[in-house]
Design a protein around this ligand. Structure first.
Ligand code: NAD
Length: 478
């Protein structure tokens, strides 16, 4: 018996959760349920996180969390509970299978059968954003080596365990050489440990186009958070419907299972919603807690129900579907099929023990880190970069001088183009004249000189070399 935490959520949440629990319990799931309330009611009671300390306690105690979709109220100040839960609990891996159910659910891609493994904790989702000038806001994109290693190794382990043949990585490292570059590099490193599994890398733009056009050429895909967020919805939709897909959020200690769709408030309380997405989440949960026998029974009963043409409104299609049913009738139809297998769709046979345990991250020996310059970001309302350069050069000293100014990353001084559009946000790069290492005190001195000269410095970024290799990008056009 495993105790799981259940949150029924908002909108269609309670209906689809009731249907899901009814099905898995009828199939013999050996679970005890501890229910918590999260979401809209908690937000509106003044808790901006949408979750109480008691609810956290239950989730952390039971470690397995089955969550229906919740409504994040409109307006500022409310934090997404999904993002918070994933990050607080270290749920680094988001696993989303997208499989078409042709010819029973209409899709342009009858042979699609892929799994997206999305990094779940970092990237632009660190939520570190700042307004820096009147015209410019910034969001920090954080990618870490441990984060890359964990998610990429997870993708390869998953592929091996599920008998899948290939892992594809998507990044945009032709542009983001440091962040996406690290993800790609770690992918190449870890791929060598899995010679039995094919590996490939695509630049995300053409990769995404290929995914939308010919998804059947992909097997397991691994990618940073934002790309994975967008593309996993695309993949689920082109497989048939976002209403059919579930996802698992896996951490070292805890795991959360859910449908990929939201709370569909307009459909709430009408016994209309399709419970399949949450049911798919629950099946992944049963596999995760080693109740593979039950997971298999439920999945085969569900496939049979879909194959029988018993469909909710969202996938109902005259011709292929037979009966249009509501949420609870759909659940009853699945229950009636427990013990049966589909005859045209491929029945599943799950292997025992599907948990993936990764080795603990081993910190690499520290590189030799040397400070070789500093970028000072300046808020300035002028338009001629030569004028700004003149002002900022007042900060030059013996050991450091202005080498470059960029605006939104494009070099505008020296030798900029007058055609380049400029905002009020300027990056002034200072380095030693002969590329030598500088002292950290230089940064402090630069900033205090900014104060004296009335230059509005909004932030600095240190320019480091690691083992002699620059750890920063050049200005575009530098
Ligand atoms: P949504 O996924 O709720 O709905 C999108 C469309 O899909 C709607 O037309 C809806 O009717 C339909 N749909 C979704 N699930 C369905 C189902 N099971 N059966 C039948 N039709 C279904 O997305 P939205 O409208 O953008 O968001 C509504 C709310 O959900 C928002 O408050 C949002 O913040 C929240 N949300 C929550 C989660 C989550 O908790 N994991 C995820 C996404 C959105």
């Amino acid at each position: 018996m495993t105790t799981i935490t259940v949150a029924k959520g908002d909108g269609i949440g309670p209906e689809i959760m009731d249907a899901t629990l009814k099905i898995i319990l009828a199939a013999g799931a050996r679970i005890e349920i501890e229910e918590i309330t999260v979401g809209e009611a908690v937000y509106l009671a003044g808790n901006t996180a949408g979750i109480t300390p008691e609810a956290w306690e239950a989730i952390r105690r039971n470690k397995i969390f089955l969550k229906a979709p919740i409504t994040t109220p409109q307006g500022g100040g409310y934090k997404s509970l999904n993002v918070t839960t994933r990050k607080f609990l270290g749920l680094y891996s988001n696993v989303r299978p997208c499989i078409s159910l042709h010819p029973f659910v209409s899709t342009k891609h009858p042979a699609m059968d892929l799994v997206i493994v999305r990094e779940n904790e970092e990237d632009l989702y660190a939520g570190i954003e700042h307004q820096q000038t009147d015209e410019v806001v910034q969001c920090l994109k954080l990618i870490s080596r441990p984060g890359c290693e964990k998610i990429i190794r997870y993708a390869f382990e998953y592929a091996r365990q599920q008998g899948r043949k290939k892992v594809t990585c998507f990044t945009k490292d032709n542009i983001m050489k440091q962040t996406d570059g690290l993800f790609h590099r770690v992918f190449d490193e870890i791929a060598t440990e899995y010679p039995d599994i094919e590996n490939e890398h695509w630049i995300i733009d053409i990769g995404a186009a290929k995914l939308a056009d010919t998804p059947q050429v992909f097997d397991v895909l691994v990618m940073p958070n934002l790309y994975g967020d967008v593309l996993s919805d695309v993949a689920a939709q082109i497989a048939g419907s976002v209403g059919l897909a579930g996802s698992a959020n896996i951490g070292e200690e805890c795991a959360m299972f859910e449908a990929i769709h939201g709370s569909a408030p307009r459909r709430a309380g009408q016994n209309m919603a399709n419970p399949s997405g949450l049911l798919q989440g629950a099946i992944m949960m049963l596999n995760h807690i080693s109740q593979t026998d039950i997971a298999e029974k439920v999945q085969n009963a569900w496939l049979k129900t879909i194959e029988d043409g018993i469909h909710t409104y969202d996938i109902f299609k005259e011709g292929t579907s037979k009966v249009q049913v509501g949420t609870s009738e759909f659940a009853d139809a699945v229950i009636a099929n427990i013990g049966k297998k589909p005859s045209k769709l491929k029945p599943v046979a799950y292997t025992k023990n599907v948990t993936i345990t990764l080795p603990r991250y081993k910190r690499k020996p520290q590189a030799k880190k040397e400070l070789i310059g500093v970028d000072v970001f300046v808020h300035w309302d002028g338009s001629d970069p030569n004028e700004l350069a003149q002002q900022v050069q007042k900060l030059d000293a013996q050991d450091i001088s202005l080498r470059m100014i960029t605006n939104r990353g494009i070099k505008v001084w020296p030798n900029g183009f007058k055609e380049t559009f400029c905002t009020d946000h300027w990056r002034c790069r200072f380095q030693h004249k002969s590329g030598q290492v500088i002292d950290k005190a230089v940064v402090v001195r630069l900033l205090s000189k900014c104060l004296e000269e009335n230059i509005d410095a909004i932030k600095t970024e240190n320019l480091y070399a690691f083992d002699g290799k620059p750890g920063f990008s050049l200005g575009q056009g530098q």
